[in-house]
Each structure stands twice: as structure tokens, then as C-alpha cells.
Write a protein that binds this ligand. Structure first.
Ligand SMILES: NC(=O)c1ccc[n+]([C@@H]2O[C@H](COP(=O)([O-])OP(=O)(O)OC[C@H]3O[C@@H](n4cnc5c(N)ncnc54)[C@H](O)[C@@H]3O)[C@@H](O)[C@H]2O)c1
Ligand SMILES: O=c1ccn([C@@H]2O[C@H](COP(=O)(O)OP(=O)(O)O[C@H]3OC[C@@H](O)[C@H](O)[C@H]3O)[C@@H](O)[C@H]2O)c(=O)[nH]1
Length: 342
């Protein structure tokens, strides 16, 4: 699946924005919708976009895994609006850009209600694409490394079609995101919509839900609470961890660039879960134990992004190393768990 731009694959030019767009009565700010903007990555994206005084930001979120707490500094700001909305229902707003992030990211949460997860990925993405078509907005989808499933090619390039179980307990998310990507490209080819697709790899940082079950948040919360770090078997499985500020930078570059993607956005620094646990133990609490616990079905055994396309097309690569990012997340969790540094 080569990356394409609007001109290369012969698709129709995207529809022109409403003629009222540049009317002298309307301010020429960029109007940006972020679905799922009350979540971990979304709230950091809001922070970054709001730094630009030419941006107006609207967040639509159903607060399934996100929280108004993540956006409290922007509520009431004249260039910011927050609406409670479930993307499985249509939404009509005059916007110029849509960052479509609405989907639970933690495996525990996306497996909690699998039918809702796939509805969010399929119907939610259709509703966001329908909005983009109606108002001539450019739309970015936060897809995932999970579209590669349990990859047989390592590291994973965007041209790899993946190794995904269509009927497993993770399929609501893995296949849901694959269908979302399909819908993005079909709206692009059929209706000329301007699309951007980011394949996000494991991302961590402040504002992750403390008990959302993901490995970095679990290990840091366990270390601060003096609990054993729960390494899920075999412990030799690998992940690559990208700090949230690098992720946000990559998403904005992709949205404002000229390539549809898909483009991997992630940090190629690859670690086993045992190595991650040992690093958290060393950095946060050397006295804690590390214990092996059972894993869940279909857990990918390895994951590492090939980011050569992000470097070449976006001029992007991650800056924050794991050992630099973990202390920043520790500081956030200490505050929220009220565990002062001794
Ligand atoms: N964090 C990661 O490691 C990671 C990795 C790959 C992909 N992603 C993708 O990035 C996006 C953001 O992930 P995150 O880590 O911030 O997760 P998150 O769970 O913190 O944020 C998701 C947000 O979407 C909202 N949401 C969920 N379902 C919704 C619905 N039906 N209607 C409206 N809002 C809804 C949630 O309330 C939450 O605010 C997701 O699309 C996720 O699949 C994240
Ligand atoms: O307490 C834990 C939690 C998890 N793990 C292991 O850590 C690895 C990562 O698990 P996580 O739940 O953090 O995240 P996953 O890699 O499964 O999915 C993650 O990356 C892909 C994204 O699309 C998902 O949104 C994101 O959550 C798995 O191998 C898991 O078995 C532990 O060893 N201990």
C-alpha cells in the first residue's frame, strides 16, 4: 500500500470549502474538530493546536475513556469548544480539519464492549468521513500498529499487509481500524476527500489513565504503589514506545503535509516487557518485585515501526528516549496518586 498524494493516484480534486469560508464576515481561523480529544493523545493534541492563535478547536467526545479533566485549562476559552457526542451518531459542524481519534485505545477497554468498539471504528469513521465530504474538510485517522496484527515482518513497513485474526478478542479493534483505513481510502478515491492516515505505535506519557491496563501506565502505577510489576507471559514479547509530545508533532506534520499515508508514527526503540519492567524498577522503585502473570489471547509477540517514510515524507522522527520520557510520566502519576518523591 504505497503512500499517495491527491495528485498521484488520479482521484478527483477534493470539494472546495463552502464559499462562505472566506467571506469577510467570517474570521479566517482554521476550524479544527478533534473526535476523542478528551483522551490521552487527543488532549495533548488540543494543547499543541491551541498554541496557534489562528486555530479554533472543537472536541467531540463521549467520555468513555477520556475526561473533561484533561481539557480543564481550555474550557471557557474563546477559541475552544467541548461537546459531549458519540461518533456513532452523525455530527454536523463547519470545520476545515478533522482529527479522528475517537476510539478506546487500551485493550482492556476496547475488549470491554467489542460490538461498540467496532461500531465506533466503522460507523464513527463513516460519520466523520460524511462530515468531511459535506464541509470539504481534510480528515486524519489515528490508525494503529495493530493493523499489522502479530507481524511476520519485522520491523513493520507500511507496505506490509499484516497478519490479523478476523475473529479473535482483539479483532473488534484490529479489524475495526483496518476497515476504518479502507473507508478512508474509498472516500478519497470515490469522493475526492483529502485524507491522512497515521499508524500509531505504542504511545505513553502524562494523562494516560492510571488504571487503563496498558503496560507503561500499569508498571508506573505499580512501582509507585509498591506493588509487584506484572509482566505478562512470555515477557520476551517486544514493543516500541513513543513519547506523547513526539506523537503529537508527527500527527500535525502529517495533517499539514501532502501525503495521504498510511505512515507509521512511532519510536523504533524496541524493548521486551521484562526489559521495560527492569527499567521502571531501576528508575522508580528498586525495591519492588517483578512477577510473571498470564497473558491474553492474540497478544502480538513483536512490534517495531519502520519509520523511514515518516523521516522522508514528514521530516519527522522521535526525539524523546524511553529513559527520558518515563520520569516525566512518573512525575504526573506521583501528583495524581499523591505519592511524593521521598
Ligand atoms: N495510545 C496508544 O498507544 C495508541 C496506539 C495506537 C493507536 N492509538 C489510537 O489513537 C487514538 C487515541 O488514543 P488514546 O491513547 O488517546 O486513547 P484514549 O482512550 O485515551 O482516547 C480515546 C478518546 O476517544 C473517546 N471515545 C471513545 N469512543 C468514542 C465514541 N464512540 N464517540 C466519541 N468519543 C469516543 C474516549 O472517551 C477518549 O476520550 C485512538 O484512536 C487509538 O486507537 C493509540
Ligand atoms: O500489566 C501489563 C500490561 C501489559 N503487558 C504486556 O505489554 C504489552 C503491551 O500491552 P498494552 O496493553 O500496553 O498495549 P498493546 O501493545 O497490546 O496495545 C497498544 O498498542 C497498540 C495500540 O493500538 C493500542 O491502542 C495500545 O493500547 C503486551 O505484550 C502485554 O501482554 C504486561 O506485560 N503487563
Amino acid at each position: 500500500m504505497a503512500a499517495t498524494s491527491e495528485k498521484q493516484n488520479g482521484s478527483k480534486a477534493p470539494p472546495l470549502p463552502s464559499p462562505l469560508r472566506n467571506s469577510k464576515f467570517l474570521q479566517s481561523n482554521m476550524r479544527i474538530l478533534i473526535s476523542g480529544g478528551a483522551g490521552f493523545i487527543g488532549s495533548h493534541l488540543v494543547d499543541k493546536l491551541m498554541e496557534n492563535e489562528k486555530n479554533e478547536v472543537v472536541v467531540a467526545d463521549n467520555y468513555f475513556t477520556g475526561s473533561k479533566e484533561n481539557l480543564k485549562k481550555w474550557i471557557g476559552h474563546p477559541r475552544f469548544e467541548l461537546i459531549r457526542h458519540d461518533v456513532t451518531e452523525p455530527l454536523l459542524l463547519e470545520v476545515d480539519r478533522i482529527y479522528h481519534l475517537a476510539c478506546p485505545a487500551s485493550p482492556i477497554f476496547y475488549k470491554y464492549n467489542p460490538v461498540k468498539t467496532i461500531k465506533t471504528n466503522v460507523m464513527g469513521t463513516m460519520n466523520m468521513l460524511g462530515l468531511a465530504k459535506r464541509v470539504g474538510a481534510r480528515i486524519l485517522l489515528t490508525s494503529t500498529s495493530e493493523v499489522y496484527g502479530d507481524p511476520l515482518i519485522h520491523p513493520q513497513p507500511e507496505s506490509y499487509w499484516g497478519n490479523v485474526n478476523p475473529i479473535g478478542v482483539r479483532s473488534c479493534y484490529d479489524e475495526g481500524k483496518r476497515v476504518a483505513e479502507t473507508l478512508m481510502f474509498d472516500y478519497h478515491r470515490q469522493h475526492g476527500i483529502e485524507i491522512r492516515i497515521a499508524r500509531i505505535f505504542n504511545t505513553y506519557g502524562p494523562r494516560m489513565n492510571i488504571d487503563d491496563g496498558r503496560v507503561v501506565s500499569n508498571f508506573i502505577a505499580q512501582a509507585l504503589r509498591g506493588e509487584a510489576l506484572t509482566v505478562q507471559k512470555p515477557g520476551t514479547q517486544t514493543r516500541s514506545f513513543c513519547y506523547v509530545s513526539d506523537m503529537v508533532d508527527g500527527l500535525i506534520r502529517l495533517m499539514e503535509g501532502n501525503d495521504t499515508g498510511p505512515i507509521n508514527i512511532g519510536n523504533p526503540g524496541e524493548f521486551t516487557m521484562v526489559e521495560l519492567a527492569e527499567t521502571v524498577k531501576e528508575l522508580i522503585n528498586p525495591s519492588i518485585e517483578i512477577k510473571m502473570v498470564e497473558n491474553t489471547p492474540d497478544d502480538p509477540r513483536q512490534r517495531k515501526p519502520d519509520i523511514s517514510k515518516a523521516k522522508e515524507v514528514l521530516g519527522w522522527e522521535p526525539k524523546v528516549k524511553l529513559r527520558e520520557g518515563l520520569p516525566l510520566m512518573e512525575e504526573d502519576f506521583r501528583l495524581r496518586l499523591n505519592v511524593p518523591k521521598n
